[in-house]
Design a binder for this molecule. Structure first.
Ligand code: SOE
Length: 398
């Protein structure tokens, strides 16, 4: 059913996510049958020289330094926001008002007020909007969701989620925008803890209603960055240090709307753990367990298995598994970039009206309210803190 109708993209941001989304827009129509062809048109970055270089390398025909150009142009259909959180709301609100379709990186915004503004604007806007909680598009997690939602593990009692990275464990690792509260909203909590919160709610179909939390900053200041490399970079050893104004680690317990109990941990200081995004869910009839460092596998336990009981390691690479049929023969495996290709493909289908856009801005605003409750609780000696309720008109996807 592939057509050549173009869907013209402007991408804002030239960092890790800008590079990843570029790859996704280009690759999605090569592997998925799509009703329109994403067409990279305009790349926007803050620095003219770096943006020109990125545009040339990644194959963007046009580049600029003002996102307003993307919003104002009639020949742009989609605005893809891959900037630090402090600009998400302004860009997204302008783009939605201009009738664009909007894909926005997570967390949706830097605070609840902005997130709710975006969620309301999305409700009234003609364009489609989606927030980039990309892990939902991991085949193993999508399969886990089908199992949990179909009742295969029974009534969910425990959700145990850890998101562990280590790129900040060296106190001399350089300062980045991810360590500046003004730009990122929060630290490890919003950057990677938000993924665990979203995954837990999406997998179980339950929302988090109250939390008790601790946040910790282990390194109070860091050298200025001289060059970008991966998530961190290379420090300028001679430059003055900049203050770290966000959390390095977060730990919290959570009450879920359906009665489940959650235990969460997120850190960028777990030496040896590079991107261990893990989640285990225990129900009364079985369990599922996932670790992104083995992203092609899902561990599944069924209480029914009698003498042969035990967790089974399922390779989620069969053609009938979510997304997997578009790729390689069974067992050949996918990587991190595939999640973003799946996201791009689903976004194009949503624009064509073939499916809903999920996670919606309302889903992402719900995650933002959980983040806010965690910060509140941590600021008040971990006191149990209720998560604010969604507005009556907010429409979360199931
Ligand atoms: C992007 O989705 C992202 O959340 C990054 O911002 C994190 O730093 C990361 O490592 C996981 O993916």
């Amino acid at each position: 059913m592939t057509t050549t109708r173009p869907l013209r993209i402007a991408l804002i941001g030239t960092g890790f996510m800008g590079k990843m989304h570029t790859h996704a827009w280009r690759t999605a129509p090569r592997f998925f049958d799509l009703p329109a062809e994403p067409q990279p048109v305009l790349l926007v970055g803050r620095r003219a020289d770096a943006t020109a270089e990125a545009a040339a390398r990644w194959g963007w025909p046009e580049h600029g330094t003002d996102w307003r150009e993307a919003v104002a142009r009639d020949d742009i259909d989609v605005v893809d926001i891959c900037t630090p959180g402090d600009t998400h709301a302004e860009i997204a609100l302008a783009a939605l008002t201009a009738g664009k379709h909007v894909l926005c990186e997570k967390p949706l915004a830097n605070d609840v007020r902005e997130a709710e503004q975006m969620s309301h604007a999305a409700l009234d806007a003609p364009g489609v909007s989606m927030c980039g909680f990309s892990y939902r598009r991991t085949p193993a997690l999508a399969l886990a969701r089908d199992l949990v939602r179909s009742g295969r593990i029974g009534e969910v009692r425990h959700v145990r989620a850890q998101y562990l990275q280590d790129w900040l464990s060296d106190p001399n690792a350089p300062h980045t925008w991810r360590l500046d509260r003004e730009r990122s909203g929060s630290g490890t909590l919003g950057d990677i803890g938000a993924h665990s919160i979203d995954a837990a709610q999406w997998l179980t179909g339950q929302t988090i209603t109250a939390v008790s939390a601790v946040l910790r900053t282990f390194v109070q200041s860091r050298p200025r960055r001289a060059a970008v490399d991966g998530l961190g970079g290379v420090a300028d050893a001679d430059a003055a240090h900049l203050p770290v104004t966000v959390d390095d680690a977060a730990a919290f317990t959570a009450h879920f709307s359906g009665g489940a109990l959650g235990v969460f941990e997120a850190t960028r200081m777990a030496t040896g753990r590079r991107n261990a995004n893990r989640i285990e869910i225990n129900g009364d009839r079985g369990s599922i367990a996932f670790d992104f460092e083995r992203m092609n596998e899902l561990e599944v336990y069924d209480v029914e298995n009698g003498d042969t009981q035990g967790f089974r390691r399922v390779q989620v690479t069969e053609s009938q598994h979510p997304y997997a049929g578009a790729w390689w023969p069974a067992g050949h495996g996918l990587g991190y970039e595939h999640l973003f290709v799946h996201q791009a493909a689903d976004f194009v289908r949503a624009v064509a009206g073939l499916e809903d856009a999920w996670p919606s801005f309302a889903d992402a605003a719900q995650v933002q309210r959980v983040l806010a409750a965690i910060e509140d609780s941590a600021a008040h000696d971990s006191i149990l803190t209720a998560v604010a309720a969604a507005g009556a008109d907010e429409r979360t996807s199931s």
